[in-house]
Write a protein that binds this ligand. Structure first.
Ligand SMILES: [Zn+2]
Ligand SMILES: [Zn+2]
Length: 375
């Protein structure tokens, strides 16, 4: 058993601003030694993502108390039994779905849908079904998506860890774990963007910017990037967007006019059913609309049902970039090394473990792209 400071969420739905209500409390917890198939990780960097915010604001209910954070990179400092391929000192990024490698979806190459991985994530345990966080009261705390990265140290399943190149600094490496995997994967695996196609990207946070970079990598000829925040639109232009829009009520109509009927592909990353409706409306006949957002479960989507058939439209969701992180991440690392995936440009702020509540205020008001907790 070791000790680790960790940011714990005990109650969801705290009122904003979080700088005042302080839903995340940094406390010292016990952390049991890694068991079979598990690694002890020293966390060096962890991104603040909308999926953390969704647990804080209650739109994605999870068992509590929980140590949040699911986009992270760090160093292996101890290995449990049966962790072949990993050694102390390995630098790793963590994936937010542990893939067992043996269930039906894993064998079909759809690790994002790993059944034991999803069950463990919903239950707040590691892949092996157990919890390693123990408060001084003796109460166990939940793991967030098998990662729990807002901490000094964490224990993860080795099935959640992927080694990173030596040249990749931890803060940028963390971005690969959720934003890049999700956004680039949405563009290349889910939207399957082909050279010369047009794309509209709704929402320019870490995932949306990654989808933009992925669209460029795939050879999109025209990328329309949409976000109400001007600084994000400016960065999108620097990263290769052809045009930017502020996402007002006539946005879909504007895109249809600009492109004479809509874009071949549209990717929605805002996590809002109304934005998804706009993305669908901005997609051309025969086109594909992809969503990676996680709207509040109460939100319903309304689209003209006939359009699916009459216009041969495709509407699909994408989780974890519709990829196997173990196969996808090495490709993303190679693109980064070639300079084609400048994810460091997405990092807007570096903060410490004690400033997470203020960070989630900035995430909620849209003023930050990717904030990284660094240690
Ligand atoms: Zn995330
Ligand atoms: Zn599996």
């Amino acid at each position: 058993m070791i000790r680790s400071r960790a940011a714990v969420l005990t109650v969801s739905c705290a009122p904003a601003p979080y700088a005042v209500s302080r839903p995340l409390q940094v406390v010292e917890l016990g952390l049991a030694d890694p068991s079979e198939g598990e690694l002890l990780i020293e966390i060096h960097a962890a991104g603040l993502c909308h999926s953390d915010l969704s647990v804080i604001n209650g739109s994605r209910p999870r068992p509590l108390p929980m140590v949040l954070g699911h986009e992270a990179a760090g160093e292996v400092t101890a290995t449990g039994p049966a962790t072949e391929g990993f050694a102390v000192g390995d630098r790793v990024v963590l994936a937010f779905v542990p893939s067992c490698g043996e269930c039906g979806p894993c064998l079909d190459g759809r690790s994002a849908l790993c059944e034991p991985g999803a069950a463990a994530n919903t239950a707040g345990t590691l892949l092996g079904g157990e919890r390693r966080w123990i408060a001084d009261s003796g109460e166990q705390h939940e793991h967030h998506l098998g990662v729990s990265a807002f901490a000094e140290r964490t224990v993860v399943s080795a099935r959640s860890a992927i080694k990173i190149p030596d040249q990749l600094e931890f803060a940028t490496a963390a971005v690969f774990g959720c934003a890049a995997l999700t956004g680039v994967g949405a563009a290349i695996n889910a939207a399957k963007i082909q050279p010369g196609e047009s794309v509209a990207i709704f929402g320019l946070g870490g995932v949306g910017m990654s989808a933009l970079l992925g669209s460029k990598l795939a050879g999109a000829s025209r990328i329309i990037a949409i976000d109400p925040v001007e600084s994000k639109r400016n960065l999108a232009l620097e990263l290769g967007a052809s045009e930017v829009l502020d996402g007002g009520p006539s946005c879909a109509e504007q895109i249809r006019k600009l492109t004479s009927g809509g874009t071949n592909k549209a990717i929605e990353t805002a996590g809002n059913a109304k934005v998804l409706e706009a993305a669908y409306a901005a997609t051309a006949r025969g086109g594909t609309t992809v969503t990676v957002g996680l709207p509040d479960p109460s939100q319903m989507l309304t689209i003209p049902a006939v359009s699916l058939t009459a216009e041969e439209r495709t509407l699909r969701g994408s989780y974890l970039g519709s990829a196997n992180p173990r196969e996808q991440l090495p490709k993303l690392f190679a693109w980064w090394q070639e300079g084609r995936l400048p994810l460091e440009r997405l990092i807007s702020d570096r903060i410490d473990l004690d400033s997470l509540n203020e960070g989630f205020d900035r995430l909620a008001d849209g003023s930050a792209i990717r904030q990284i907790m660094v240690r």
